[in-house]
Design a protein around this ligand. Structure first.
Ligand SMILES: *Cc1c(COP(=O)(O)O)cnc(C)c1O
Length: 422
């Protein structure tokens, strides 16, 4: 009886959904596929397929080299300005370039140079491993003059806020954190932590990859120093789409890009022999902009802007709350543990559930149930809602199919050894 009530509730919520019309804006080749992986690779917007055709045929095909003077050169900044609206950046503070990892390298080295004499970078063990590798690499490259302090989260779910505050001291050059963490979706209070770190004289770098497009962000309001983030997750920019990079206006004059390539030069087409940094955030560009990939980002950003961040966030919270109700009713009794914050204020747009058989369950879901799961070692599954195209009925379906896999022990037919790409 209860199950039917929750299914009926999904239908009602879809019926009342103000953002329902946005579903049509995305390509849906397999209508029965339940896709809860917008946090890993966002769905393809219809307008993007169209835009790429135009850019390839008309801009590249017909204009050829003229394309550079007729718009291509400005893409990193022009799209950066739009994206900036989603994260509370002012004009001239955000550009689109390279990968998140490469951008993090650029800003962390710039930040360390702005705090000479200080010896510590502080982060947490919930941070994305690539971010930790980049911080380690930056320390190696600067002659090991810094040490990385990775503050552990006691429960592996919630950000260790008070231990972090204790770790930030007069030796700390940089605090680098993910705003929403990739495993549990815990979301830091950006303004509060930024203030705490800056009171100790440290600079703060936020990685917005798992937050941008689903969590309201106000970099300016929080006084953040630097930020980086992905565009291929909730922004639907496409596989390997270029990332973004933010530098607070007040720091730009003194912040230096260690990957000082010609696109960050003041006058690249003078072909001078000495590097002179361009004014503003443009100095954080390195090489030639990837025009096709940049063009593919814009339609996804436009869709989020059209929907409005407040509406997107409201639906995201309602959807993860609905998913948590399903979990309590149906999945907790089957041995699934909640690995995300219960408090929606501290939660991004996905819910992580742990189960000892998570890996085999994920394989069964994918092979037999038409649910694309996300598995993270050792025993986590993530279910992400992308408010622009995820429906409540899809969420219901995912949980119902998950129940089937467990109740019929379908996962027992799958190998326990893990694949290399999960
Ligand atoms: C997805 C993600 C990345 C990915 O970085 P790339 O360099 O674009 O591969 C980095 N950091 C975080 C927090 C992420 O969620």
């Amino acid at each position: 009886m209860k199950a039917d009530t929750l299914q009926e509730q999904a239908r009602q919520l879809d019926g009342q959904d103000e953002l329902a019309s946005f579903r049509q804006a995305f390509v849906r080749e397999a209508p029965e596929l339940v896709y809860l992986l917008g946090n890993s690779l966002g769905r393809l917007p219809r307008a993007t397929a169209q835009r790429l055709q135009t850019v390839v045929r008309e801009e590249w095909g017909e204009r050829l080299i003229r394309g550079w003077s007729e718009g291509w050169m400005d893409l990193p900044q022009r799209i950066g300005e739009k994206l900036g609206e989603l994260v509370g950046a002012r004009q001239g503070e955000l550009i689109v370039a390279d990968s998140t990892s490469a951008n993090l390298y650029k800003v962390v080295v710039a930040a360390l140079r702005l705090r000479p004499g200080r010896t510590k970078i502080v982060t947490d063990d919930l941070n994305f491993p690539s971010d930790l590798y980049i911080l380690q690499g930056a320390i190696e490259a600067s002659g090991k003059r810094h040490q990385l302090q990775i503050v552990p989260a006691d429960d592996g779910i919630h950000g260790p806020v008070s231990t972090l505050a204790d770790a930030i001291d007069e030796e700390t050059a940089v605090l680098a954190l993910s705003h929403t963490v990739f495993k549990s979706a815990y979301t830091y209070d950006m303004a509060a932590l930024t203030k705490q770190a800056q009171e100790k004289g440290a600079l703060v770098i936020w990685d917005l990859s798992h937050a941008v497009g689903v969590v309201p962000i106000d970099l300016q309001g929080a006084g953040a120093d630097f930020a980086v983030g992905c565009t291929y997750k909730y922004l639907s920019g496409g596989p390997g789409a270029p990332a973004f990079l933010y530098v607070r206006a007040g720091l730009q004059e003194d912040a230096h890009n260690p990957l000082s390539g010609w696109m960050g030069q003041e006058r690249p087409f003078d072909f001078g022999l000495a590097y002179e940094p361009a004014g503003g955030v443009r100095r954080f560009l390195t090489g030639t902009p990837p025009v096709l990939s940049l063009a593919a980002i814009e339609p996804g950003v436009d869709l989020v802007l059209a929907a409005g961040m407040a509406q997107v966030r409201a639906k995201s919270v309602r959807q993860t709350e609905y998913l948590l109700t399903l979990w309590e009713e149906k999945l907790e009794p089957l041995g699934f543990a909640l690995r995300s914050p219960r408090d929606s204020k501290r939660r991004g747009s996905h819910v992580a559930l742990g189960h000892p058989e998570a890996w085999r369950i994920a394989q069964a879901l994918k092979a037999e149930m038409g649910v694309v799961p996300d598995f993270r070692r050792p025993d986590n599954m993530r279910f992400s809602v992308a408010p622009l195209y995820t429906s409540y009925q899809e969420i219901y379906e995912a949980v119902a199919r998950l129940q089937t896999v467990i109740e019929h022990k379908l996962y027992e037919n799958y190998p326990a050894e893990m694949a290399t790409v999960t």
